[in-house]
Each structure stands twice: as structure tokens, then as C-alpha cells.
Design a protein around this ligand. Sequence first.
Ligand SMILES: CCCCCCCCCCCC(=O)SCCNC(=O)CCNC(=O)[C@H](O)C(C)(C)COP(=O)(O)OP(=O)(O)OC[C@H]1O[C@@H](n2cnc3c(N)ncnc32)[C@H](O)[C@@H]1OP(=O)(O)O
Length: 257
Amino acid sequence: MIRSCFQAVRTFISHFPVTLCPDAVSHGALIKSTRLQCSGHRSARGLSMSLWPLSANPRDFSLPNASWSAEMQQVYDHYNALCEVKTKDSEEKGPWYKLPSYNRSLKHAAGGVYLSKIIQSKSRLFTRSNKEYGAAFEYVIFMNKQEKKCVCAFQSGHLLEGPPGHVHGGAIATMMDTVTGTLAGYLAGPVMTANLNINYRSPVPLGSVVLLHSALDRIEGKKIFVNGRVTSTDESKLHTEATALFISVNVGHVFGI
Ligand SMILES: CCCCCCCCCCCC(=O)SCCNC(=O)CCNC(=O)[C@H](O)C(C)(C)COP(=O)(O)OP(=O)(O)OC[C@H]1O[C@@H](n2cnc3c(N)ncnc32)[C@H](O)[C@@H]1OP(=O)(O)O
């Protein structure tokens, strides 16, 4: 059992070295924009083709939905336009790649064999665990592999309140961990957070759209040092600064096997 689980996980990681998530909920009618399917990173492109043998239409949470504000949509459109775009007749190269985002992966990575011994059937990726559009974490991450950096557009929902009218610091930390961790994982394969330092500079209004920027500082052996910032969408206001250390791990470490 453990060996087959391990093989399933390895298969998944080989398709997409970053993390562990997806689900099979249809996003259907709520998608406002059907413009493009960014491609770009070869293994991530493979993910969309081969990860869902029993799930033809898993919900990609990073696509626009009816809860997105005009500002959120604008940021999405801006970076989307900079992505590698596949059209019917041609393929234009761009420096950015839009990461898909699912709330469960391993169920599908196992080829339909549910890994119930390791993964609880009700488990969901924390940031994608709420099915109500716009209620909690609405975000999309664009990766720039060449420059070893990424940008995330994040719209906070009403369930993320901390101080009245503002986003909870833990929710900001969650997003910072997600974005810096996604970058580290994208560049270095499976990682876990060893250290996350955050300075909160100015509160984030609840319901607003902000950008999370993350860039690689350096890699020393199995240590990946990454920085992060939260700013307003025009980058005139700094909300949060962070540094993070991720450690490359064996897949087995993540699952305690
Ligand atoms: C697509 C959708 C995506 C969605 C995906 C969303 C992505 C989100 C990413 C979230 C990731 C998480 O939240 S992960 C969950 C939170 N993190 C955890 O639970 C991790 C718990 N900690 C551990 O498992 C372990 O301590 C590790 C893996 C971090 C490190 O253990 P290890 O592998 O044995 O490493 P070890 O030999 O101890 O240390 C290696 C080197 O790192 C240094 N080091 C280790 N820890 C630290 C530390 N805290 N601060 C400074 N330095 C440290 C050591 O001194 C050593 O340096 P030297 O002597 O070599 O110089």
C-alpha cells in the first residue's frame, strides 16, 4: 500500500513539482472570461492533460468568477496578456505563466485510487476550501520562471476579517506562505516552510485587491530563500513585507512516510 501511494505521489510530483491539491467541481457558468489558456511550463502543461483521469472537468480556482471585482479582473487581464498564449493557429511566447489552482490533487494523481490511508477524504487545500465564490481567498498566481519571481492578485472575502474592515494578519500570512512557497516549489521541487518572517506595514482593507510579489533571493543546497511583498495594485502602497526559508524535502517527508 505504502509503495503504491509513494509511486502515485512521485508520478504526480513529476508532472508538477510544486505542491499538492485539486478537486472535481465544475466551474461552468461562473467563468466570465474564457480568454486564453496560458501554457508555458512544460510539466505544468502536462498537468492539465494527464492529472485527471477520472475527472474531466476539475475546477480551476484561479480562473475569473462572478465574485471578482473589476480591479481583480483588470490585474488578471494584464498578466494574462503577458502569458504564453496558445491560439488555434499559433503560439506566442510571453514571460509569464498562469498557474492553475485546484483544491485536491492526490485523489486524481493516484489514477482514481483514493489514498485514504494517507489523505483524509474531506481534506482540502486550506486556501481553496470554501466553495462560495468570493467569500474567502480569491487569488491567481502568475509565474515568471526566467526572472525567478511571481505575482499574485489576491481579493480578500468577508470571511477573512481581522480588525474591523480589514484583513486578518493570519490570512495575509497564509497568502504569503502560499505565494512564496509556490515560487520555491516551482523552482526547486517539493519544499516545506521552515521559516516565515512577516512585517505588517499597513492594514489591508477587507474586500480590496492587492498584489503579492515574490522573488528568489538565493538557493544554498536544500535551502531556498525567498522574499515577498504585499502592495496595492498600483504598487504605490506597501502593506506587508516578508522573507521565507523553504527546505527541499523528499516526497515521503511531506506525508510522513
Ligand atoms: C498548485 C497549488 C499550490 C498550492 C500550494 C501552496 C503552497 C503553500 C506552501 C506551504 C508550505 C507549508 O506551509 S509547509 C507546512 C509548514 N511547515 C512545516 O510544517 C515544516 C515543519 N518542519 C520540518 O518538517 C522540518 O523541520 C524541515 C523540513 C523544515 C527541515 O527539516 P530537515 O529536512 O531535516 O532539514 P534540516 O537538516 O533540519 O535543516 C536543513 C538546513 O536548513 C536549516 N534550517 C532548518 N530549519 C530552519 C529554520 N526554521 N530556520 C533557519 N534554518 C533552518 C538547518 O540549519 C540546515 O542548515 P545547514 O546546516 O544545511 O546550513
